[in-house]
Design a protein around this ligand. Structure first.
Ligand code: AMP
Length: 172
Protein backbone atom coordinates (compact mmCIF):
# COMPACT_ATOMS: atom_id res chain seq x y z
CA UNK A 1 0.00 0.00 0.00
CA UNK A 2 2.94 2.33 0.63
CA UNK A 3 3.81 1.97 -3.05
CA UNK A 4 0.33 3.09 -4.13
CA UNK A 5 0.37 5.93 -1.60
CA UNK A 6 3.63 7.13 -3.10
CA UNK A 7 1.89 7.36 -6.50
CA UNK A 8 -1.12 9.42 -5.34
CA UNK A 9 -0.80 13.15 -6.06
CA UNK A 10 -2.34 15.83 -3.82
CA UNK A 11 -3.67 18.77 -5.83
CA UNK A 12 -4.46 21.84 -3.75
CA UNK A 13 -7.62 23.91 -4.30
CA UNK A 14 -9.11 21.65 -6.98
CA UNK A 15 -11.86 21.85 -8.13
CA UNK A 16 -12.56 24.68 -5.66
CA UNK A 17 -10.67 26.60 -2.96
CA UNK A 18 -9.93 24.58 0.17
CA UNK A 19 -10.23 21.09 -1.38
CA UNK A 20 -7.17 18.86 -1.37
CA UNK A 21 -7.89 16.66 -4.38
CA UNK A 22 -6.54 13.10 -4.20
CA UNK A 23 -5.44 12.57 -7.78
CA UNK A 24 -5.29 8.87 -8.63
CA UNK A 25 -4.38 9.36 -12.29
CA UNK A 26 -0.74 9.25 -11.20
CA UNK A 27 -1.35 5.79 -9.70
CA UNK A 28 -3.50 4.56 -12.61
CA UNK A 29 -0.77 5.41 -15.13
CA UNK A 30 1.79 3.39 -13.17
CA UNK A 31 1.62 -0.27 -14.29
CA UNK A 32 2.69 -1.70 -10.92
CA UNK A 33 0.31 0.50 -8.92
CA UNK A 34 -2.61 -0.35 -11.24
CA UNK A 35 -1.84 -4.06 -10.93
CA UNK A 36 -1.68 -3.88 -7.12
CA UNK A 37 -4.94 -1.90 -6.99
CA UNK A 38 -6.80 -4.46 -9.10
CA UNK A 39 -5.38 -7.37 -7.14
CA UNK A 40 -5.96 -5.92 -3.66
CA UNK A 41 -9.54 -4.90 -4.45
CA UNK A 42 -10.37 -8.32 -5.87
CA UNK A 43 -8.92 -10.11 -2.82
CA UNK A 44 -11.69 -8.55 -0.70
CA UNK A 45 -14.37 -10.54 -2.58
CA UNK A 46 -12.78 -13.77 -3.84
CA UNK A 47 -15.25 -16.04 -2.04
CA UNK A 48 -18.31 -13.79 -2.15
CA UNK A 49 -19.99 -14.87 -5.39
CA UNK A 50 -20.06 -11.33 -6.79
CA UNK A 51 -22.01 -11.09 -10.07
CA UNK A 52 -21.96 -7.29 -10.77
CA UNK A 53 -19.62 -4.42 -10.02
CA UNK A 54 -21.17 -0.95 -10.18
CA UNK A 55 -18.58 1.77 -10.90
CA UNK A 56 -19.37 5.43 -10.27
CA UNK A 57 -18.58 7.93 -13.04
CA UNK A 58 -15.97 8.53 -13.92
CA UNK A 59 -12.99 7.53 -11.83
CA UNK A 60 -14.94 4.56 -10.44
CA UNK A 61 -15.02 3.07 -13.95
CA UNK A 62 -11.30 2.37 -13.96
CA UNK A 63 -10.75 0.01 -11.05
CA UNK A 64 -14.43 -0.99 -11.10
CA UNK A 65 -13.88 -2.59 -14.51
CA UNK A 66 -10.67 -4.27 -13.39
CA UNK A 67 -12.43 -5.59 -10.29
CA UNK A 68 -15.31 -6.97 -12.36
CA UNK A 69 -12.85 -8.68 -14.71
CA UNK A 70 -10.85 -10.17 -11.83
CA UNK A 71 -14.01 -11.54 -10.17
CA UNK A 72 -15.59 -12.83 -13.38
CA UNK A 73 -18.48 -10.42 -12.77
CA UNK A 74 -20.30 -7.96 -15.04
CA UNK A 75 -19.71 -4.19 -14.96
CA UNK A 76 -22.49 -1.61 -14.54
CA UNK A 77 -21.87 2.15 -14.88
CA UNK A 78 -23.58 4.61 -12.52
CA UNK A 79 -23.48 7.83 -14.55
CA UNK A 80 -24.10 11.56 -14.51
CA UNK A 81 -27.53 12.65 -15.80
CA UNK A 82 -28.37 12.27 -19.47
CA UNK A 83 -25.51 9.92 -20.35
CA UNK A 84 -27.23 6.54 -20.23
CA UNK A 85 -29.29 5.74 -23.33
CA UNK A 86 -32.05 3.48 -21.98
CA UNK A 87 -34.56 3.87 -19.14
CA UNK A 88 -32.92 4.90 -15.83
CA UNK A 89 -33.61 5.52 -12.16
CA UNK A 90 -31.89 8.49 -10.52
CA UNK A 91 -30.98 10.10 -7.19
CA UNK A 92 -29.79 13.63 -6.33
CA UNK A 93 -27.34 14.22 -3.49
CA UNK A 94 -24.95 16.77 -1.90
CA UNK A 95 -21.18 16.44 -2.42
CA UNK A 96 -18.06 17.80 -0.71
CA UNK A 97 -18.14 20.50 -3.41
CA UNK A 98 -21.68 21.01 -4.79
CA UNK A 99 -24.74 18.97 -5.79
CA UNK A 100 -25.08 16.15 -8.27
CA UNK A 101 -27.38 13.51 -9.72
CA UNK A 102 -26.53 9.91 -10.46
CA UNK A 103 -28.35 7.49 -12.77
CA UNK A 104 -28.33 3.79 -13.41
CA UNK A 105 -30.11 1.71 -16.04
CA UNK A 106 -33.36 0.32 -14.69
CA UNK A 107 -32.56 -3.19 -15.90
CA UNK A 108 -28.90 -3.20 -14.75
CA UNK A 109 -29.33 -5.20 -11.54
CA UNK A 110 -31.43 -8.33 -10.96
CA UNK A 111 -32.75 -9.80 -7.71
CA UNK A 112 -30.28 -12.69 -7.82
CA UNK A 113 -27.25 -10.38 -8.18
CA UNK A 114 -24.52 -9.96 -5.58
CA UNK A 115 -23.23 -6.45 -6.12
CA UNK A 116 -20.07 -4.52 -5.30
CA UNK A 117 -20.28 -0.72 -5.49
CA UNK A 118 -16.95 0.93 -6.27
CA UNK A 119 -15.67 4.49 -6.35
CA UNK A 120 -12.18 5.95 -6.13
CA UNK A 121 -12.64 8.27 -3.13
CA UNK A 122 -14.98 8.36 -0.12
CA UNK A 123 -15.33 12.00 0.93
CA UNK A 124 -18.69 12.99 2.50
CA UNK A 125 -20.31 9.76 1.33
CA UNK A 126 -23.16 11.48 -0.52
CA UNK A 127 -22.30 9.97 -3.89
CA UNK A 128 -22.04 6.42 -2.61
CA UNK A 129 -25.13 6.74 -0.40
CA UNK A 130 -27.13 7.77 -3.50
CA UNK A 131 -25.67 4.90 -5.57
CA UNK A 132 -26.45 2.49 -2.74
CA UNK A 133 -30.09 3.63 -2.59
CA UNK A 134 -30.46 3.18 -6.35
CA UNK A 135 -29.01 -0.33 -6.30
CA UNK A 136 -30.86 -1.28 -3.12
CA UNK A 137 -34.18 -0.32 -4.77
CA UNK A 138 -33.48 -3.08 -7.32
CA UNK A 139 -33.44 -5.68 -4.52
CA UNK A 140 -30.20 -7.58 -5.15
CA UNK A 141 -29.29 -10.45 -2.80
CA UNK A 142 -26.34 -8.58 -1.28
CA UNK A 143 -24.44 -5.29 -1.64
CA UNK A 144 -20.80 -4.56 -0.75
CA UNK A 145 -19.10 -1.16 -0.97
CA UNK A 146 -15.47 -0.24 -1.54
CA UNK A 147 -13.15 2.68 -2.22
CA UNK A 148 -9.50 3.06 -3.03
CA UNK A 149 -9.19 6.09 -0.71
CA UNK A 150 -11.23 7.09 2.34
CA UNK A 151 -10.87 10.64 3.68
CA UNK A 152 -11.41 9.72 7.33
CA UNK A 153 -11.81 13.26 8.63
CA UNK A 154 -14.95 13.79 6.51
CA UNK A 155 -16.75 10.91 8.24
CA UNK A 156 -18.24 9.62 4.99
CA UNK A 157 -18.96 6.22 6.53
CA UNK A 158 -21.71 7.84 8.60
CA UNK A 159 -23.66 8.45 5.38
CA UNK A 160 -23.51 4.73 4.51
CA UNK A 161 -25.71 1.99 6.00
CA UNK A 162 -24.23 0.34 9.11
CA UNK A 163 -25.15 -3.19 8.06
CA UNK A 164 -23.15 -3.06 4.81
CA UNK A 165 -19.50 -4.13 4.56
CA UNK A 166 -17.49 -1.06 3.52
CA UNK A 167 -13.79 -1.44 2.64
CA UNK A 168 -11.18 1.18 1.76
CA UNK A 169 -7.65 0.27 0.69
CA UNK A 170 -6.15 3.52 2.01
CA UNK A 171 -7.46 5.77 4.81
CA UNK A 172 -6.10 9.31 5.24
P1 AMP B 1 -18.57 12.38 -1.74
O1 AMP B 1 -19.94 12.23 -2.31
O2 AMP B 1 -18.41 13.65 -0.97
O3 AMP B 1 -18.14 11.17 -0.93
O4 AMP B 1 -17.56 12.56 -2.96
C1 AMP B 1 -17.08 11.49 -3.58
C2 AMP B 1 -16.88 11.75 -5.06
O5 AMP B 1 -16.25 12.99 -5.31
C3 AMP B 1 -15.99 10.70 -5.62
O6 AMP B 1 -16.51 10.35 -6.88
C4 AMP B 1 -14.65 11.33 -5.73
O7 AMP B 1 -14.09 11.01 -6.96
C5 AMP B 1 -14.88 12.82 -5.64
N1 AMP B 1 -14.13 13.50 -4.59
C6 AMP B 1 -14.63 14.18 -3.55
N2 AMP B 1 -13.70 14.73 -2.80
C7 AMP B 1 -12.53 14.38 -3.35
C8 AMP B 1 -11.17 14.65 -3.02
N3 AMP B 1 -10.82 15.39 -1.97
N4 AMP B 1 -10.23 14.11 -3.80
C9 AMP B 1 -10.57 13.36 -4.88
N5 AMP B 1 -11.82 13.08 -5.24
C10 AMP B 1 -12.80 13.59 -4.49
Amino acid sequence: MEYIKSKIRDVMDFPTQGIVFKDLTTAFKDPRALHILGWDLSQLYRDKGVTKVVGIESRGFICGSILAFELGAGFVPARKPGKLPAETIKATYAKEYGKDTIEIHKDAIMEDDIVVLHDDVLATGGTMAAAYELVKSMNPKKIYINFIIELGALNGRKALPEDVQVDSLIVY
